[in-house]
Design a protein around this ligand. Structure first.
Ligand code: ZN
Length: 680
């Protein structure tokens, strides 16, 4: 048996299993940690590669998310090696990282948390660390020691802020040594550490301390705060619709960003405060948020009665000021070794309306927004008991430009081709539209799928979410021939992702019949969907893209029939010819805006959308047997190949990506080669 009083008594697998369980409990509740924050560890005895017993610290790997942890997320570090460090006076981060690499039980395992030494130095079997909201409210107030005693009692170790690393771990351990019987530790401006002999003990202590802090705040009333009168939902929504594309356009001029928006009651009331601009300058609640949110949000005081051009100018000017301020802050503290991060704001507040966050993808842009929601409740809790005090500016810089923390960003997945782009695909619940949506999701775009069939849409969302994640796909029920539904769908898109870069106008119907047999109603229905429908969605998309002023792409899914009409397909072919012309007009009118408009002419795509009636009708029109139809289409093509929905989707990707950046007004046949269908 290894001699170490802190070693957990149970077997390794059991202890680690318990730790995973309690860590997940913490991770699942956003009031404790957000997005990869927090960590936990146990000290156990293991058999090493030589077959000998060793005391080991199993600690969460860096960047792993508490709510989805498994036993594999806990690399093992030899405790003897860590203990030896307590004698040291100083150790810089690089040295610490390479030292830790030597202590690992499995050299190939995940990198241990940057707070490994803090855990290793504490003489307890289990250690749990979080950034709980209620604790952060105590840790960011003037004179925190006094407040913490009255909230949590006098058995709490309070450690002044030091950036995590060797020095912080050592001073925390010394502070704990100096207070025998201490219950827990509050790291100022940072978070909470609790411990116990077992994971359950450390967890219960964690819950208990946080609950005490919450009760403390519940017993203090919110102070009176002056607020502007609330605008009606209609006024607020109008500003959302007008401002989001402007913000997105200015922030995403170089690299496109996806915006997320929130105006829940607490956030909205916060934006209505008379002292909002002051509150928004207060600085982060824990350094963990810095990389995601930046230290402060940008406030843009837009008013509903301002003209569009004034709003645009205000957005441009405020963003420019923010960038300049950030640049000056960087220059003040950069010793020459760092490259400036993007100077853009991540969070944008419109007083009386709500908060946007910007990021390279829908899920990454949700992170800062969620962090800010928690920050607001912390700021307002602090107000009940004293004055808010965050990190100093130099501490902020030191935390933001900390190589160990910045490396967290480098483990993010590589940018994909359509990263940051927002796309809408109509008729996307099945067939060609669904295949296109899937391809765009795979290429990294945030995709709004639209269809008039709500039920099929729900199923399609599930399939696509499995491909790209819940954040990357959103659905709107829309009949493209209904103007108000189209307007509504675009408003939802603006609210969901902030704007639009790509429209794939695909929805259509395929009525058959000889001219002499078609009723007026059938004729008009075809034109309504297959011409007017394309016009309505394209019009909204072009308006929105023009507002953003970052270019855009529209792709019309037309048909070979636009150039080569088939018999008994009049109501369809006439409409398709008009759609083709619509695309050409749009290309002409919007070339100067950098908006490209291109058309795809698929032919004989075999999809699940072909109704038995359509199959029967087409077979009859060509005077062949129904079961020979697929072969008929294949044989009549130059390439003698069947064409699939995926082939059309690849064509769409070509048109909406930079691969075709010099092409507009073009028609691409995806038909395995039909000589009559060559565009001219
Ligand atoms: Zn932390």
């Amino acid at each position: 048996m290894v001699k170490n009083a802190a070693i957990n008594p149970k077997s390794m697998q059991d202890v680690l299993g318990d730790l995973v369980q309690v860590s997940r409990n913490i991770g699942e509740d956003s009031k404790y940690v957000l997005w990869g924050g927090g960590n936990s560890s146990v000290k156990i005895e293991e058999i090493d590669f030589r077959g000998q017993a060793a005391a080991v610290l199993r600690i969460k790997g860096t960047g792993a998310d508490m709510k989805t942890l498994t036993v594999n997320d806990f690399p093992g570090v030899r405790l003897d090696d860590i203990g030896a460090l307590r004698e040291r006076e100083t150790m810089d981060d690089d040295e610490m990282a390479s030292y830790l690499a030597h202590c690992m039980l499995d050299p190939q395992g995940p990198r241990p948390s940057i707070e490994t030494l803090l855990h290793g130095f504490l003489p307890y079997g289990t250690v749990i660390h979080s950034h709980a909201d209620a604790i952060l409210a105590l840790a960011n107030v003037e004179d925190p020691e006094k407040v913490i005693v009255s909230a949590l009692g006098d058995r709490i170790v309070v450690v002044p802020y030091i950036r995590p690393g060797f020095t912080m771990a050592k001073s925390a351990a010394q502070a704990v040594d100096a207070m025998p019987g201490a219950e827990a530790m509050v790291l100022l401006h940072h978070g909470l550490v609790t411990w116990g002999r077992t994971p359950m003990e450390a967890y219960e202590s964690h819950i208990d301390i946080v609950r005490r802090a919450e009760e403390f705040f519940e017993n203090h009333p919110y102070p009176e705060v002056g607020r502007r009168a609330r605008w009606s939902p209609g006024v607020r929504d109008q500003l959302v619709q007008r401002m989001a594309p402007l913000i997105r356009g200015h922030l995403g001029a170089k690299d496109p960003v996806v915006l997320r928006f929130a105006d829940d009651e607490q956030l909205l009331a916060f934006t209505e405060r008379d002292d909002l601009e002051d509150m928004a300058r207060l600085g982060v609640v824990t350094p963990d948020h810095l990389l995601y949110t930046k230290n402060v949000p940008l406030v843009i005081p837009a008013q509903p009665d301002m003209a569009d051009s004034n709003l645009d100018e205000m957005v441009r000017e405020r963003i420019e000021q923010y960038r300049e301020r950030y640049g000056r802050y960087f220059e003040r503290y950069n010793s020459g070794q760092f490259v400036m991060r993007s100077p853009d704001p991540v969070l944008v507040i419109i007083p009386g309306v709500g908060v946007w966050s910007a990021g390279p993808s829908p899920s990454l842009s949700r992170v800062p927004l969620e962090m800010y929601q928690h920050a607001v409740s912390i700021l307002e809790n602090v107000e009940k008991i004293g004055r808010y005090q965050s990190l100093s500016e130099s501490e902020t810089f030191e935390a933001e430009y900390w190589p160990l923390e910045l490396s967290k960003l480098s483990i993010r997945p590589h940018a994909r081709e359509l990263q940051g782009k927002v796309a809408m695909v109509t008729g996307a619940a099945a067939g060609i539209g669904a295949a296109i949506a899937k391809r765009l999701v795979k290429a990294g775009a945030a995709v709004v799928i639209a269809d008039r069939n709500g039920e099929r849409l729900r199923d399609a969302v599930k399939v696509l979410a499995a491909e790209g994640g819940n954040d990357q796909v959103s659905a709107v029920v829309m009949d493209v021939s209904d103007e108000s539904q189209v307007m509504q769908a675009f408003e939802t898109t603006v609210r969901t992702y902030g704007g639009l870069d790509i429209l794939v106008s695909n929805a259509g119907t395929a009525p058959t019949g000889r001219l002499t047999e078609i009723s007026l109603a059938e004729w008009e229905a075809s034109l309504r969907v297959n011409v007017t429908g394309h016009f309505l969605v394209a019009r909204q998309a072009l308006r929105l893209m023009s507002r953003q002023r970052t270019g855009g792409n529209v792709v019309f899914i037309v048909s070979k029939n636009a150039l080569v009409p088939g018999p008994e397909f009049g109501a369809y072919s006439v409409a398709k010819a008009a759609e083709l012309q619509l695309g050409r007009i749009a290309a002409i009118e919007h070339g100067a805006d950098g908006i490209r408009v291109n058309m795809i002419n698929p032919d004989a795509i075999w999809t699940d959308l072909w109704s038995p009636q359509l199959r029967a009708d087409r077979a009859k029109a060509y005077n062949i047997r129904e079961e020979d139809l697929e072969d008929f289409y294949r044989r009549r093509s130059l390439l003698r190949r069947v064409v699939t929905e995926e082939d059309v989707a690849e064509g769409v990707l070509f048109f909406v990506s930079e691969r075709s950046s010099r092409t507009t007004g073009a028609v691409l046949p995806v038909d395995a080669g039909i000589r009559e269908g060559f565009p001219r």
